[in-house]
Design a protein around this ligand. Structure first.
Ligand code: C5P
Length: 289
């Protein structure tokens, strides 16, 4: 028998949606979408170690203990789902050091779930293959398969269909509004407001692959932004501040509330961050381990 690791530590990277195009509502309550999802340098830290029972501790955001479906933290949902699929599973303590704003459209909960799946797969020696892991992730949340991938992906379906996407390294300023927006509400507001679908993303995908920030900037879009901003004007004000501060372009990430501004380079991102009270991040950021 090979020795099991004593503990496994993983970075749970946040994501931004460079564009998010909502195609329409589906019978099952979800919406079909297209989105370029890019992992960024902002990350939570997930550490798993053997324990008698399965337990999740969150440092930095204790209110997260009961965040997910049925009042469960998404990382705990992930741990339970992997335990079901893995005969070698036993107890584990999952510790999450929280840095990603909660419900900010940055995929924090999904990133924690994905990092927990990867880390427990290793700790328990499950050897669950990536495709099966993605299948487990899909049942935890629409963003989890993309977060498991840990690289830029073009996401379609309700979020579970992924193809690797080419996106050069870009520098962004991220503004955390300090409040969350629940995804079901954002999508419901999109329905209520007539369901506008944005443009063909091909030009944006080509500009992202080429790493041409000036070409990308005017093409950034998020179909959830207008309906969410209509209910939360502070998000629109933050976006305007980022643009006034000199960002090449700005867009809300995911279902909000975070706003990201595109910078020319790293120095520009730090200057913007200081000017608008945000943080400088790079994406795509490699790693996740
Ligand atoms: O999959 P997840 O649990 O993250 O989705 C939360 C909610 O967000 C769904 O119940 C649905 O209301 C909405 N949603 C959607 N279309 C998607 C993803 C999420 O309508 N593609």
């Amino acid at each position: 028998m090979s020795a099991r690791p004593k503990a496994v530590r993983r970075e749970a990277r946040a994501k931004i949606n460079v564009f998010l195009r909502v195609l329409g509502a589906r019978e099952d309550g979800y919406h079909d979408l297209q989105s370029l999802v890019v992992p960024i340098s902002l990350a939570d830290l997930v550490t798993v170690e053997p324990a008698d029972a399965l337990r999740v501790e969150v440092e930095g955001a204790p209110e997260l203990a009961g965040e997910g479906p049925g009042g469960l933290n998404l990382a705990l949902v992930a741990a339970l789902a992997l335990a079901d699929a893995c005969p070698e599973a036993s107890g584990a303590l999952v510790r999450i050091e929280k840095r990603i704003p909660v419900a900010g459209g940055l995929g924090g909960g999904s990133a924690d779930a994905a990092a927990t799946l990867h880390a427990l797969n290793e700790l328990w020696g499950c050897h669950v293959d990536p495709l099966t892991l993605a299948g487990i992730g899909e049942h935890i949340g629409s963003d989890v398969p993309a977060m498991l991938a840990g690289e830029p992906v073009l996401m379609t379906g309700r979020g579970e269909r992924l193809v690797p996407a080419s996106c050069s390294e870009l520098h962004w300023v991220l503004v955390d509004l300090g409040f969350g927006v629940r995804s079901p509400e954002a999508y419901r507001w999109w329905d209520e407001d007539g369901g506008h679908t944005g443009p063909d993303p091909e030009p944006l995908l080509a500009a992202a692959a080429a790493g041409d920030a000036d070409a990308i900037a005017p093409l950034l879009f998020n179909d959830l932004e207008a309906p969410v901003v209509a209910r939360h004007p502070a998000i629109g004000e933050a976006r305007a501040r980022v643009l006034d501060g000199g960002a090449l372009g700005a867009v809300m990430s995911g279902s909000g509330s975070s706003v990201v501004g595109l910078a020319r380079d790293e120095t520009h991102a730090h200057a913007l961050a200081a000017a608008v009270g945000g943080i400088a991040v790079v994406g795509p950021a490699a790693g996740g381990r």
